[in-house]
Write a protein that binds this ligand. Structure first.
Ligand SMILES: [Zn+2]
Length: 140
């Protein structure tokens, strides 16, 4: 189904969304503290300097936490359940809420801390979503 809610474009996040269309992940980094932040903001969450730059990252990450969704939150997600909501911890530090895909939604098979890699899910010409999948196929 195609009537899922979509992210609403914001000037401070356009760089992120445009990067995903090209299968690139861009996040913000503070030039003063060298700390990264996600989601994109107009200000720095680590200090008061607001000297932020955009950097392209590899998407190397691990599974920080997850929940398996069995009951669709709206009818638009009925065909997707069960699916996995996940918190993905980037190598650079920030944690991204997204979906873990290409793995059985079985709590016995999914392990916190497994390595994951990005999946770029093209929704339409204007929107590509960043999801993650296990880096190595486990025995499921
Ligand atoms: Zn800062």
């Amino acid at each position: 189904m195609n009537n899922k809610p979509k992210p609403i474009s914001q000037p401070e996040s356009d760089k992120y969304w445009n990067g995903l269309k090209n299968k690139e992940i861009w996040i913000q980094k503070c030039k003063t503290t060298n700390k990264y932040q996600f989601y994109p903001r107009v200000h720095c969450i680590n200090c008061t300097e607001n000297d932020i730059e955009w950097v392209k990252i590899s998407g190397e990450a691990t599974l920080f936490s997850f929940a398996i969704v069995f009951l669709a939150p709206t009818p638009a997600f009925t065909d997707d359940v069960p699916y996995i909501n996940a918190l993905i911890k980037l190598k650079e530090g920030p944690i991204i809420p997204t979906n873990l895909v290409n793995i059985n939604p079985d709590p016995e098979k999914i392990k916190i801390g497994i390595k994951v890699k990005p999946v770029f899910e093209k929704i339409d010409e204007n929107l590509t979503l960043l999801k993650f999948e296990p880096s190595e196929q486990t025995s499921n």
